[in-house]
Design a protein around this ligand. Structure first.
Ligand SMILES: Nc1nc2c(ncn2[C@@H]2O[C@H](COP(=O)(O)OP(=O)(O)OP(=O)(O)O)[C@@H](O)[C@H]2O)c(=O)[nH]1
Ligand SMILES: [Mg+2]
Ligand SMILES: [Zn+2]
Length: 310
């Protein structure tokens, strides 16, 4: 049976991207229809009933499910910041990277608006994350810089964008998928929230090669409330080797003596600001844990599920 990907749902009609790159419309078979369990991003089995119409016979198990926007089977998140206007900061970048690590979602880091800084500044801004091991690209939707590299990094992936308002997420979508006409600038800031919040979500097929871009950004809320203190260090990839040298198993790399992570910071192998950000997050996740102990009913479930706001 042919397999496709739901790219859009409108009024009971399901748009399926077929393996040969076409879109057909389909309706679910009886029992599937009642379960209303098909979302954008789902991989489905279908039968053709006409050249461009079909019936959905089944839904494949999901790798994950984002709740806002509702979209299944995301394989990576493009974390977008701007070199300036608005200025980035490493604490906010790290916060988003840590969240994604805890959700087991690979991150692609983009520094956009590269046209606003000189080459040296651009590479200095990106360098620490390259050194840590994140795939990090400098892009500009004005000059087109980084377009080819970005398109390559999106191949065979289903990517959603995340990042603060005004960094150029919509402009990047327009750059990669010309013709979708994402609203950019002040206008989108006004209609993005408030009245027009219930927007449909779509998977946009890449113009070259294979892969999809989600047209609606995710992860607007950035509380680390679903991360336990014990798993936090694991969200800093460069701590891995250093941790082997800690005297105590389960070391939090905080007050403990003979800590490999602190030694690596002192030796210049881990950036001091990364370690500082780790300590900031450690205090935060400890306080979330304390709150949950006092009010267990408020405990939120862990997962890709939440609307996370800045
Ligand atoms: N100089 C420069 N400006 C850019 C670039 N990319 C986007 N912009 C501008 O930055 C402003 C914000 O871009 P958007 O694409 O609307 O930003 P966004 O991230 O989608 O913002 P929200 O929808 O509010 O989350 C617009 O005025 C864009 O024209 C770039 O590469 N260079
Ligand atoms: Mg936008
Ligand atoms: Zn330690």
């Amino acid at each position: 049976m042919p397999v496709g990907r739901i790219n859009r749902i409108v009024g009971g009609f399901y748009y399926i991207s077929t393996e040969d790159g076409r879109t057909i419309t389909a309706v679910p078979r009886g029992k599937l229809r009642r379960s209303d369990g098909i979302v954008v991003g789902d991989v489905v089995d279908y039968e053709l009933t006409a050249p461009d119409q079909g019936v959905i016979e089944g839904v494949h198990p999901r790798r994950n499910l984002l709740k806002r926007p509702v979209v299944a089977n995301i394989t990576q998140v493009a974390v977008v910041f701007a070199h300036k206007n608005p200025d980035f900061n490493y604490l906010l970048i790290d916060r988003l990277l840590v969240m994604l690590a805890a959700l087991h979602l690979p991150a692609l880091l983009l520094f956009n608006k590269t046209d606003l800084v000189d080459e040296k500044t651009a590479s200095e801004n990106a360098q620490p994350y390259r050194r840590i091991g994140y795939t990090t690209l400098c892009t500009s939707t004005k000059s087109g810089q980084g377009r080819e590299e970005l398109l390559a990094a999106l191949q065979k992936e289903t990517t959603t964008l995340a990042g603060p308002s005004g960094v150029g997420k919509s402009a990047l979508i327009n750059m990669i998928v010309p013709g979708v006409k994402q609203p950019t600038g002040a206008v989108s800031a006004k209609i993005g929230r408030g009245r027009h919040t219930t927007r449909e979500v779509r998977l946009l097929a890449l113009p070259e090669g294979e892969g999809f871009l989600v047209d609606t950004p995710g992860f607007s809320q950035l509380d680390l409330d679903f991360i336990s203190p014990a798993e936090l260090a694991g969200c800093f990839p460069e701590f891995g080797a250093a941790e082997q040298e800690c005297r105590f198993q389960g070391c939090f790399h905080d007050q403990e003596p003979d800590c490999g992570v602190k030694a690596a910071v002192a030796a210049g192998k881990i950036y001091p600001w990364r370690y500082e950000n780790y300590l900031t997050f450690l205090a935060e996740v400890r306080s979330w844990e304390e709150q949950k102990r006092q009010r267990p009913r408020r405990t939120r479930d862990k997962g890709v599920g939440h609307d996370r706001r800045y």
